[in-house]
Design a protein. Sequence first.
Length: 322
Amino acid sequence: MGAEASAAMGLPSYVQDLGHGVYAIDTGFQRDHFDAAYLVVEAGRAAFVDTGTNFAVPRLLQALTGLGLAPEAVDWVIPTHVHLDHAGGVGLLMQSLPSARVLVHPRGLRHLADPSMLYQGALAVYGQAEMDRSYGVLVPVAADRLQASEDGLVVELAGRPLRLIDTPGHARHHHCVWDERSRGWFTGDTFGLSYRELDHEGRPWVLPTTTPVQFEPDPLHRSLDRLMQADPQCMYLTHFGRIGEVATAAANLHRLIDALVAGARPLRDVPRRHDALKAMQLDLYTASLQAHGLALTRDEVADCLALDLELNAQGLAVWLDR
């Protein structure tokens, strides 16, 4: 199902019905079709997977209304990890969801109970003006509404099992959520980034995300392999949307992770390292996209992936120094 079907249901234009009771909500973060939260609905009960930032909360609540669901129908809010584009709105959203509990990776739990360190870490990366513009004031979640996940934990949504596994590599506080009904993973950032404008003949192109500060290539390779062991039919990416052809995408992610590592290591001590890391990525992604079938110039790729090149370079630098 797509935008036309969603509109026929009376849903806002930023909500897409993906079938199997799964809805993608474009949070509007940074630009359209960049950041998604997901709503899973089963027998009148609901769960959010990722929330976007504080500024996405009205959209999430309006998605419920569009589906005829009351806020009391939400049982779970499950951030894949506590980076702010995935979990910045959790505390504010919970103020409107009286029946919900937050299921978070154990390494992220304390940061939702007291988001002050999370805020300061993001402030160091983005600066005050960007924090005010894109994230707002973080709201803590009461301790009695927080539950830590564990590897292999299964929770139910009106009898629909959702299984969580530990997936480090992008962040040590990252878990992914398996939905047997749709045979899809909600992958946060573990399965990388994929933008629909870079699809070619319906095939997605996926790149790894190495944003600060816990990129670890070997654990990321292992996490990808664990996701693929379930024989998934699709992946629900926060950035952005549902993708198929997951075996091809996974193979490309493995190749690009290895290429990023090989390209970054010689740049550890060069002058203007940040610029060199961005240029290395740009060359790599331009060649990969051209092999994918898109005749994009280096400048066009730079425009499309500007934010990702910047943040990935920062994360690669942290990894090199570690």
